[in-house]
Ligand binder design. Sequence first.
Ligand SMILES: *[C@@H]1O[C@H](CO)[C@@H](O)[C@H](O)[C@H]1NC(C)=O
Ligand SMILES: *[C@@H]1O[C@H](CO)[C@@H](O)[C@H](O)[C@H]1NC(C)=O
Ligand SMILES: *[C@@H]1O[C@H](CO)[C@@H](O)[C@H](O)[C@H]1NC(C)=O
Ligand SMILES: *[C@@H]1O[C@H](CO)[C@@H](O)[C@H](O)[C@H]1NC(C)=O
Length: 410
Amino acid sequence: MLTQLLLLGLVLPVFCVPQVSGANYLVAAAWYAGWHAKDFPLSKVSWSKYTHMTYAFAETTANVKAFNISASDQEMLQQFSSMARKNGVKSLISIGGWTGSRFFSDNVATAQNRTVFVKSVVDLVAKYNLDGIDFDWEYPANQGIGWNTITANDTANFLAFLQELRKDIRGKTLILSAAVATTPFIDSNGKPSSDVSGFGKVLDFIAIMVYDIWGSWSPTVGPNSPLDDTCAIPARREGSAVSAVKQWNAAGIPLKQLVLGVASYGHSFRVRKADAFKSGSSTTLASYPPFNATNQPAGDSWDDSSGVDAHGTPLPAGGNIDFWGLIEQGYLNSDGTPKHGIAYTFDSCSKTPYVYNPKTEVMVSFDDTRSYSAKGAFIKSKGLRGFAMWEAGGDSNDILLDSVRRSGGF
Ligand SMILES: *[C@@H]1O[C@H](CO)[C@@H](O)[C@H](O)[C@H]1NC(C)=O
Ligand SMILES: *[C@@H]1O[C@H](CO)[C@@H](O)[C@H](O)[C@H]1NC(C)=O
Ligand SMILES: *[C@@H]1O[C@H](CO)[C@@H](O)[C@H](O)[C@H]1NC(C)=O
Ligand SMILES: *[C@@H]1O[C@H](CO)[C@@H](O)[C@H](O)[C@H]1NC(C)=O
């Protein structure tokens, strides 16, 4: 009897517990930006270091039956999915994005539209032989770029749509993920929902985009991708991996379904020498210094150049610099360490680095091996599902990718 009980106790959990451990379970993902394929072709992707690769983007359109996918992306998507499959990597396409989320709300607004949108989505997957969909709606019931259709019921409608997608004979078998903001989806009361557990039942995992937390739009320089902000003064708690994971988990998403979104780029700011350094120091950088917003430094060749947006509004340069761009522009050596003549400070709260070039008066908040190692260790210690990097092509010689994989136990 005792032996039987012991056996039951030992054996049953092995059969009952779903496969939630081991390398196969973890998500090591990145987004592949189709519009950077000229510089970063599919052949340059380190497929063996990933479990999932997500193609960006299929944009929503005013027709619930159609997506906007550029001609070159349409050409490349077949190759993308077949290369992924050959390498044992799951291939997804991301629907939406910052500029492509305009019609999400309309597409899921009514029962009739949801049914048509389900068909659009499964047809899209079938057309390009993909394994799944990443929903990058920025954001349900919360304005993103400025001209998205939104309604107070977006979050409930989104869930109803995903539930219908999961009931579809083809939708059942897909890998479904969502890329989300640091706070849970906004409810019809305008506040972050306290219960998003329904999404955990229909999505395989949720990638929290913990980047662009501070940038050219912020009141001061700040971390692009903070690991923590609970150690910062309240005014500087704009979101972080620690606080975002806590909020999504408290709202009902199990830690093992949360994936940490990590950045392979930084944001640049113009900071006067007099403001850049901690008082009395000529080497340690000041935290949260003021910057000149009317003199935005350009980023690298992948940066959004200044111009006008779709509505004719003038746009400044974005100021994004990829990790390879920091090397190319002389901030970092080719191994990712700071170059001679460049001031470097690692912020102990956000656990991210800053570099500063006193000659050009440009400060950059970014990620390096040290911050990526800290993020990997966080993923491991919290028991998160893994990481998703925006974007695969931003790294240089897998310096960042190898760091997060090593410390995250991938
Ligand atoms: C598709 O996207 C391109 C590039 O963003 C844009 O110029 C075009 O107007 C879009 N077409 C539709 C039908 O949304
Ligand atoms: C449903 O979809 C159609 C076609 O895309 C769109 O014109 C309509 O506005 C949508 N309905 C709602 C309520 O948004
Ligand atoms: C939002 O959903 C509620 C409950 O389903 C419904 O009564 C209401 O009409 C919806 N509002 C809009 C704007 O769709
Ligand atoms: C900010 O940059 C602009 C453009 O270069 C310049 O005219 C202005 O004086 C700068 N402001 C400060 C406070 O340095």
